[in-house]
Ligand binder design. Structure first.
Ligand SMILES: [Cu+2]
Length: 475
């Protein structure tokens, strides 16, 4: 349970993030005592896709969750929990070609694998009741019968997932399809996954996990390296931004020395390509979310350095996330089409539901509709193939942002505070963050699979402290 000081601090942190879209960097917390690792001293690690153990109509991956040692900070080894003991691995999958993951749990804690954004049968969703005990195994089947998008895999055990993810159990899962492959977007080495998160290290380079101090994680990691640099060619790149942080929201801008910053052409969100590209100067990325942008580095001469900054950095932190160094020229046959992918028609809504998200200072819990999570309780029973509209209200009195992530389906954002969604939210999404005092309406329709699935806030500390519900999809 949080004490009053922690509560106020948390509230202040939330207020900071609300202010961020105006470009303000203000805050009330003391700076961290942690000595910051100098920025831009290590190169970006670009993940290479894992090789399946077998390819026979489907791709089989044999993964183990285990502790290991990884090189995160320069010249140091850090104890982590990872898939095969490594950090930020990548799986590349193809639409309608199933992926099977045989997972052995070699951790000292239970584990449950969740494919965030996945349209998967209930036995493969990583429901907390299906967790793998230490030494146990489980097979997960992902049909991949869904649009191309950037997904990610992480732990979903009931009480340990926030720490497991913090210690490294997060992988990127990139699903492609023919529709997207035929577009002239940047491909191959010019299509790069950037997994963003924060962390705190002690003087022995060990990861420090304190669920109650999410604002004291001053080291920003990109693909598990601290504030790296990345040498790019003077051409267009597709950057797939994935926020795997427990609770940190990023408000990202690419500084090129001009007032406006570099143009970020958003082409995709959680659920894949937008209907049309959405150019912007800055972009929010909340925990669990994915946003993809195309940046044209040919606008800059070789020798230019551009810094990706987090405008929502806390006081005492530096805003640098990573640096792009334009080091060479390269031919560029890629382009961003004026039309990308229409959002699907989800049908006429027949059911409406309300979700009130708020921290409860009296109990120290985060609640949905006044209740903390109870695994023995089914909160809602959506019917298969019936379109629903969910109104998500953040009624938090301390100013804390909350999000909602329903498993199983992508949704469309209908409105925010009664206004139509911004172009960057006009496609499909699976995680929506709502500021205190604000609301959003989403439309969704559950298809194909029945059974118990979860919906929850993706601020993992909030989820640990109750902000999760259970839905049973029924016929
Ligand atoms: Cu929350």
């Amino acid at each position: 349970m949080l004490n009053r000081r922690q509560l106020l601090r948390r509230g202040a942190a939330a207020g900071l993030l609300v202010a961020a879209p105006a470009g303000l960097i203000v805050g009330g917390r003391p700076g961290s005592a942690e000595a910051a690792t100098a920025a831009f001293t290590v190169p970006l690690a670009v993940p290479r896709p894992l090789r399946p153990a077998r390819r026979a109509g489907r791709d089989l991956y044999r993964l183990v969750t285990q502790e290991g040692e990884a090189a995160i900070l320069p010249g140091a080894r850090t104890r982590i929990r990872g898939f095969g003991g490594t950090l930020a691995p990548l799986i590349v999958a193809h639409r309608d070609r199933p992926v099977v993951v045989e997972l052995g749990n070699r951790l000292a804690e239970p584990f449950a694998l969740h494919l965030h954004g996945g349209h998967v049968p209930v036995h493969s969703d990583g429901h907390p009741k299906d967790q793998i005990e230490p030494g146990g195994r489980r097979t997960y089947c992902y049909p991949n019968a869904q649009r191309a998008m950037t997904l990610w895999m992480h732990d979903h055990t009931h009480h340990a997932h926030a720490e497991n993810i913090y210690r490294g159990l997060a992988a990127t899962y990139l699903l492609t399809d023919r529709f997207e492959e035929q577009l002239p977007l940047p491909k191959g080495q010019y299509d790069v996954v950037l997994q963003l998160r924060d962390a705190k290290f002690d003087e022995n380079n060990a990861l420090v996990y304190d669920m109650h101090r999410p604002e004291d994680r001053p080291t920003i990691l990109v693909n598990a390296r601290p504030r790296p640099y990345f040498e790019v060619a003077a051409r267009k790149y597709r950057l797939r931004l994935v926020n795997t942080a427990n609770e940190r929201g990023f408000f990202l801008r690419l500084s090129d020395g001009t007032q406006a910053g570099a143009e970020l052409v958003q082409i995709a969100a959680d659920g894949g390509l937008l209907p049309a590209p959405a150019p912007t100067g800055a972009l929010a990325l909340w925990p669990g979310e994915r946003n993809e942008v195309v940046v044209d580095f040919s606008r800059y001469p070789v020798g230019t350095e551009l810094v990706l900054e987090n405008l929502a950095a806390f006081e005492g932190e530096t805003p640098e996330v990573m640096r792009f160094d334009v080091v060479r020229t390269a031919p560029d046959p890629s382009s961003v089409p004026a039309a990308l992918r229409p959002a699907p028609d989800l049908g006429t809504p027949a059911v409406r539901r309300d979700f009130h998200l708020a921290f409860d200072p009296a109990s120290g819990q985060h609640l949905i509709n006044g209740k903390p999570f109870d695994i023995s309780r089914v909160d809602i029973r959506p019917r298969l193939n019936v379109t629903e509209v969910w109104t998500i209200r953040n009624s938090d009195t301390l100013g804390i942002p909350h999000s909602l992530h329903p498993h199983l389906e992508q949704f469309r954002v209908l409105s925010r505070d009664g206004r139509p969604p911004a172009p960057g939210e006009a496609g499909l999404k699976d995680t929506i963050t709502v500021m205190a005092g604000q609301s959003a309406e989403i439309a969704l329709r559950f298809t194909d699979y029945t059974g118990p699935y979860m919906y929850h806030c993706h601020m993992l500390g909030h989820q640990m402290m109750g902000m999760m519900g259970q839905m049973e999809i029924v016929r």
